[in-house]
Structure formats: C-alpha cells, structure tokens
Design a protein around this ligand. Structure first.
Ligand code: 26V
Length: 826
C-alpha cells in the first residue's frame, strides 16, 4: 500500500498566519467555543476533564500555527533534519509545558478563572504520559524540548503504547502493578495520520529476483503484514521558537475488518489476527535493565524502526528526489540499541527497494546513523537469538551476516589478531548464537557516544574496547543535560521569580546567566529568601506525603531524597541501611543533638526483579518501625511515596535539601535526576559516578559531598574477588545494622524475609554496599554538620543553582548538532 504523497505542487510560500491574540478575553471566548463545539458540552454540565480538553484545544491552535511555519521553513531552506529514534519518550504532562513555553500562563489562568475553573486543578487532571521507564526515556523528552527551543529541525519517532509504564500501588508495603490508562479520556494533543501508514512485514522468505538489467535483487516476501499508523504530537520550544513533531506509531491490521477471512467464515481467525497485529503497540516493557528477550519486544523494535525509516526515506525523496544526498539532509540518532535493527532495515530499503548497490548503501547508512549507549550493565546489553531473527526478519538477518563478514574482513586487513576477531563479531557464539545489537549499532554508525565523561571512557575500556581500537575516532562523549524550562521554571516558579528579582529575567533565555547568582551566594537576604522558597516547596511536599503516605513530616527537617528506578546498583539499600544505623544511634544516644531528617524514597521496580521489590518492602518495613517509635521523637522519618512518575518528580525535586546519587561507581551511566536536584538548590551526596564527576568539577568540590570507592577501585575489588566479611566484621555500626535487618527486627511477621538480602552482603557484595557503608555514614555526618550552620548550607545551595547551567540539555543538543549531526541550531 505505501504512503499517499501530498499533491504537487507543494505550497512553500503559504502566507504566515496572523498570530492569534493571547489576551485573557480572547482565550476565554475560544475556550468556551471549544467546550461547546469540539467537546460538545454545556458549561453548566462540563466536568474538569472537559474544561481541560477545551483548554488544550485552545492552546493547540496557537501551537499549530507555529508548527506549520516550522515545517514550511525546513522545506523552504532545505535544512538537515534530525530524527531521534527511541522506544521511550517519558514526556509526562504537556499542558503546563506548552502554556509556559508560549508565555501564556497568566492569561490562561485568568480566562479559566472567569469560569471559576482553576488552572492548577486542570493541570493536575492531565494524565502523565509515561511512555518510558526512566532516565533514557526522560532524556529523550528533554532533548525534544531542547531541539525545539534551539531550532533544530527534528522529529522524535517512537511507539504510541496504549498502556505506558504500570501504575504502582502499595499493598502491605509490597509493590503491586496495575495497568496504566493514559488514553482513557482521549488525547487532545495528538493528530492521527491515517494517510501516513506504512506496511510492516514479519516472517516469510527471501527470493533472489533477476532484474531486466541482469542484476539480482533480493525480495522479501513476509508472511505477516500489518500497518503502522502515525500519531503526531507537537513539541513546543521555549517562547515557541520552533514546534517539532513527536511521531508515535500505532499498529493496526491492514484490513481492519479482515473481510476476506471474515466472509470465508473464519470469524475467530480474523479477530485473532487483528488482535495480534494490534498487540505490538499495546504495552511498554517495564524492565529497564534486564532484556525481556521476548519476541514481542523484538517485534516492537522492528515495527517502529521500519515505519520510521520508510517515513524518512519517503520524505527525503519527496523533497530531494535522490538518495545520494541522504547523509547531507538526514541524521538519525539511535537511542540505545533498541532501534539498532534500523541499520539492517535501512540497508534493505536502500538495496532491495531502492536498488542501490551494497557499497553505496553502506556508505549512506554510516553517514546517516549515530548511536548513543546508555548503560554498561552486561544484562542490559541487547542480543537476539539468531534463530529468532531468521524466523522473524530473515532478510535483515542476511544483511547482518553480510555486515559482519565485511567488518571482520576489514579487521583482518587492519591486522587484528584472530583472538580479537571474536570480540568484535556481531555474532555472540557463547551459549546459542545471538546477534549483538550494540556491535551492529556501532559498525553501522559514524558516531557512538556515551552520556557522561566517565561512562564514555568506560565504554572504550569495556564493551567496545576492540571496536574502539579498530575505529578509534568514533566514540565521543556527550554529557547529558535536562531542560531548565520544565526542571526549573515550571516546577519551581517561586525560585524562578526569586532568581529573576536578583539577576534579572534574561537567564530564562540564556541559562548561562545563572552564574550571576554566584556573586550573591553570601548575601544574607538572598539566603533567607532562597531558604524561604525552599520552605514553601517543602510545605507542599509535606502535605502530599500526608495525603499519599499518611505520614506527618516537619518542613523544618532536612529533606533527604532518593527518587529513581529501584535497582541494586542504585543502592537504595545503602540508604535505608544508613537510616537504620541512624535509628540505632538516636536510641543509643538520646542526649545528643540530632539533625531532624525526613528520608523520602520513590521509584518503581521491574515486576520481575525480586530483589528490587524486596528493597521496596524493606523501606516500608523500616519506615513503619522508625516512624512509630516514640524514642525517635520525630527526629527521623522514612517515607516511601508510591507511583513515582514525572509529575511527582516535579513536586519532589524543588523541595529537596539533599539529593542521593549513590550508585556503585562505574554503574550509573550519567544520571539526570542528579542535575535536576542541584539546579533546584539541593546539595548532592554522591559517588564518583556518571555525571556526578562532572558536577563536582563544575560546582567545585566544596559544594558537593562525595564519598566511596571509585570505578577503578570497584573494578579491582571485583577482579580480586575479595570477600567483604573482614570489613563487615571491622565495622560495629554496619554489623549491627545487618544483624538487625537480617534477624527480622523490621519484619516480625516474617523474620527470615531479609536474610538472603543480608547474606548477599557477606557473600559477594557485588554492589559494594558493605564496602562503602562507613564512608557513606561519615559523609552523612558531614551533611549534618553543614546543615547545622544554615548560612554555610544556604550559600552552598545557591552556588549549586548558579553553577548548573552547563547541564542544560540545550548545551547537550548543541554539541550533538555540531559534532554528530551537522544540523542547524541557534
Ligand atoms: C534497557 C532495556 C533492556 C531490555 C528491556 C527493556 C529495556 C529498557 C530500557 C533499557 C535501557 C536502560 C538504560 C537506561 O535507562 N540508562 C539510563 O540512561 C540515562 C540517560 O542517559 C542515564 O542518565 C542513566 O544513568 C542510565 O541508567
């Protein structure tokens, strides 16, 4: 079937529409009109969701004008387009982002107020689009916003999951997963593009067909077919600089009624086939580090890769009419290996569909693609069984073999010894043959980047050591960033106002100006105001904690926060064990002056990750004991907030005093939560891992609390297989904690519950929880000391905000645009 091209001629010079009026009166009338004619509701009976829809539609009209203008501009100027392929876009709520970036917050508030509708209540009603697991997905969302803000012509390509990441509820302290239903009330942001549908095949066979000119082309005859239908969401940049497109694919049966089969009497068969097609885009895989290894996941990866590439090639041919210019006009970024099959699929499209020869197709492919690695965890490096690929994607597997042969040949020519050849092979021969998606992405790309300086170095030394020797210029670093619009201006309006009053409002357009705040760090009145803003945010969080967890906390306490996916390498266990140590000390020394603390945790565990779920239960068990022990006198509170998501992060982060970034060194590729906290004036307690290392450099070592082993030290200990027993025995504090947890002090209903968790610390302590424990406790006591002199603390907090500008995703995207994509930007 393919795609229905727009009619020629394309009107490049359509008139730019008059900007719509944005005053409250106009907005009021338009919202009422949308409510009546688009939603079909009388204001008398309208519910909040109806008002929300009407408001979004009103704002959307303003976005569309700029959207068309942006698209037209790219056509007119023949600018290069960037395509960000990602299986995850963790965009969260969009309304506040859009209204704020368009500078219409006050007008919209007033317009709604005239109907007695509260804007903030509507904002809270919008479902949080959780089309991602964690850091990788949120980074994709920050990047989209930055690309619009600095005018990179770009598309995000992904999957329109019907169910995003599961909703987390607590049942007696255990995580329970419930389906998430973000589309239940429709989605006013998206445009379904039935005309942008592409056929996607699976299975079948490959047939060599001799062409009239005597050449031979491979023709893939898939056994199964389905459609990928595009749904477009506009992505608004700061001040509406540009509006780019997030294009998410939805799977549909080719013939929705499957009439042939239905008419032939096979009603059930028809329904089954239709359900199977649709199932591809039904759910997001909820694991963020252990490959599900399931066929459906591979189908998702190929489905969205193929649809995106067909769309990209179609758009390019439509505008330029030739394929040779592809690398000049198209840059495709692979967000991790999830879309890595694109390398083989692009080769198939260029050769089998477009008729190019291998060498030409390979040159174009390498010119177009680049790949970002987001993790070195061995279990997260994707590989697919060759047998599965041969069955599901026979042609792409043939191409992968051919790429492999070519690369190995090149390696031999360059003099690589045979023993090293196996290491660069795309095929892993250990325990069943598997295609290594990281190596495929590497060899098919002209640029491979890590997401922090340390992580990039480790990539060169570990997974890609051999490929790096062969292609020493390909690996480069692009340290992550976060958008300051969402993660400062929108989530922390009070701090934004305060900064504006002090250094003027220009930092909103040029984030580097934040550094001007540095000179005022010692100013007592600014310190008081800064602390006052923090206090307001903490009051709001305290109310939320009361509401969601039923725990009363004092905003005067130090708010110590760890929010992220629950994973052993992120070491929530280390944090909760320190809480137990603190609990023991408070009881042993009631006479001492303890710094009151509230330890907040939030995060989801992969449903199949037992230890992660057990750690959630442990946090809740420890919380129950500590929070209810009168001997603690409220000096320590432990809170687990359920259902962590982007919206919850937006409330928690501005209220943090202390940010926990305590991963085992060498294991957290970058972290981005670390950046969001520091930008909002929280101090970091952290290891020399990921972007913490660069934060320390830019904040100054005196403005961050670093502790623990380095990545090299972790490596040495693991290599020597040194058991931690001796060290545990040498630390009375640690021993006491392990004994208490292991013997069931916090789980009287099941005393053996945490036995294996604690045994793990004695046996191998893979994540260095025991080895880093004393250093971590000492670092926490240093935090107490800093907190005790609030002048010192506040000055450090201000310096954190002032010095974080470099971690804006605008800076990151400029680096990608200059060094990798060759794309325009401002
Ligand atoms: C891996 C897998 C494995 C197969 C099953 C599904 C699945 C889903 C996601 C992933 C990727 C996990 C990698 C990841 O999220 N990395 C994080 O990327 C952030 C952005 O670069 C970075 O800040 C975090 O440190 C890093 O853990």
């Amino acid at each position: 079937m393919g795609c229905d091209m727009p009619q020629k001629p394309i009107v490049y010079d359509a008139p730019t529409p008059q900007p719509r009026a944005n005053d409250a009166e106009t907005l009021r009338n338009e919202i009422l009109e949308k409510l009546t004619y688009a939603v079909g509701k009388d204001p008398i009976v309208a519910r909040r969701t109806d008002w929300l829809t009407a408001t979004i539609l009103t704002i959307r009209d303003r976005i569309i004008d700029q959207w068309m203008e942006s698209t037209r501009d790219t056509w007119r100027t023949s600018q290069k387009r960037v395509y960000y392929l990602s299986l995850e876009f963790l965009i969260g709520r969009l309304m506040r982002d859009a209204v704020s970036n368009l500078g219409m917050m006050e007008q919209v508030r007033e317009a709604l107020g005239s109907f007695n509708v509260d804007l903030d209540e509507l904002i809270e009603r919008e479902p949080d689009a959780a089309l991602g697991n964690g850091g990788l997905g949120r980074l994709a969302a920050c990047f989209l916003e930055s690309m619009s803000s600095i005018k990179v012509p770009a598309y995000g390509y992904g999957i329109r999951y019907v169910h995003g990441l599961f909703r987390q509820e607590m049942s007696d302290g255990w995580q329970v997963e419930l389906p998430e239903d973000w589309l239940a009330h429709g989605n006013p942001w998206e445009f379904e593009r039935r005309e942008s549908a592409y056929e996607i095949g699976f299975g079948g066979s490959v047939e060599p067909v001799t062409q009239p000119d005597g050449s031979v082309r491979q023709v893939w005859h898939p056994a199964e077919h389905l459609n990928a239908v595009a749904f477009d969401t506009p992505v608004v940049g700061w001040r509406g600089a540009r509006v780019n497109t997030l294009r998410l694919w939805s799977a549909q049966p080719i013939d929705p009624l499957l009439l042939d089969r239905f008419n032939s009497g096979d009603h059930i068969g028809a329904l089954e086939e239709s359900a199977k097609a649709v199932s591809i885009t039904r759910v997001l895989y909820p694991a963020d580090s252990t490959p599900a290894g399931q066929e459906l996941r591979l189908r998702q990866e190929f489905f969205f890769s193929s649809a995106s590439l067909q769309d990209i090639v179609r758009r390019h041919l439509q505008q330029y009419g030739d394929l040779g210019s592809l690398p000049d006009k198209v840059a495709i970024q692979l967000n991790d290996t999830h879309p890595a099959i694109s390398i083989a699929e692009m080769m198939r499209i260029l050769m089998d569909v477009q008729g190019l020869a291998w060498n030409e197709a390979w040159k174009l492919t390498k010119g177009i693609f680049s790949y970002t690695n987001h993790t070195l965890l061995p279990e997260a490096l994707e590989t697919w069984p060759v047998a599965l690929l041969e069955r599901l994607l026979p042609r792409q597997m043939q191409i992968a073999y051919a790429i492999n042969a070519m690369v190995l040949e090149e390696a031999r020519e360059k003099g690589l010894e045979d023993s090293r050849i196996a290491a660069i092979s795309l095929i892993d021969e250990n325990g069943g043959r598997r295609l290594r998606m990281g190596q495929l992405a590497f060899v098919g790309s002209h640029s491979i980047n890590g997401v922090s300086a340390l992580h990039t170095e480790l990539m060169k030394q570990t997974v890609f050591a051999d490929l790096h020797k062969l292609y020493p210029d390909r690996i480069n670093n692009k340290t992550n960033g976060v958008t300051p619009r969402r993660w400062l201006m929108q989530c922390n309006p009070a701090l934004t106002r305060l900064i504006s009053e002090r250094i003027g409002p220009d930092f909103r357009d040029d984030i580097e100006q934040l550094i001007k705040l540095d000179a005022h760090a010692e100013d007592k009145s600014l310190q008081d105001q800064f602390a006052g803003v923090k206090r307001g945010n903490k009051e709001r969080l305290a109310a939320l904690i009361k509401e969601r967890a039923g725990i009363s906390v004092s905003p005067d306490a130090l708010f110590d926060i760890q929010i992220k996916r629950i994973h052993e390498y992120k070491r929530q266990l280390l944090n909760i064990m320190e809480a137990v140590a603190q609990y023991n000390m408070i009881r042993a020394h009631p006479e001492k002056r303890w710094v009151p603390r509230v330890k907040v945790f939030a995060g989801k565990a992969a449903p199949s990750y037992w230890n992660a779920k057990l750690i959630i239960k442990l946090i809740n068990d420890v919380a129950k004991v500590i929070n209810n022990d009168p001997a603690v006198r409220g000096l320590l509170k432990v809170v687990f907030l359920p259902n962590y998501n982007v919206s919850l992060a937006e409330t928690i982060i501005p209220a943090a005093d202390l940010s926990e970034q305590i991963s085992t060194a060498g294991m957290e590729a970058s972290g981005t939560g670390n950046m969001k906290f520091a930008l909002n004036g929280a101090l970091t307690i952290g290891t020399m891992d990921g972007a913490n290392v660069e934060m320390r450099e830019r904040l100054g070592p005196e403005n961050i609390v670093i502790f623990g082993m380095t990545a090299d030290e972790v490596d040495d200990v693991r290599a020597q297989n040194r058991a931690p027993r001796e060290m545990i025995e040498a630390s009375p504090t640690l021993r006491e904690v392990i004994e208490a947890i292991g013997s069931g002090v916090f789980s009287p209903d099941d005393r053996a519950r945490y036995r294996s968790l604690m045994d793990g610390l004695y046996d191998h302590d893979w994540f260095m929880v025991a080895r880093d424990f004393d250093a971590y406790c000492a670092a926490q006591r240093k935090v107490d000391t800093l907190w005790s002199d609030r002048t010192v603390w506040n000055a450090m907090a201000i310096r954190n905000t002032a010095r974080m500008a470099w971690f804006s995703s605008d800076r990151t995207i400029r680096e990608y645009a200059d060094d990798i994509w060759g794309a325009p930007h401002i």
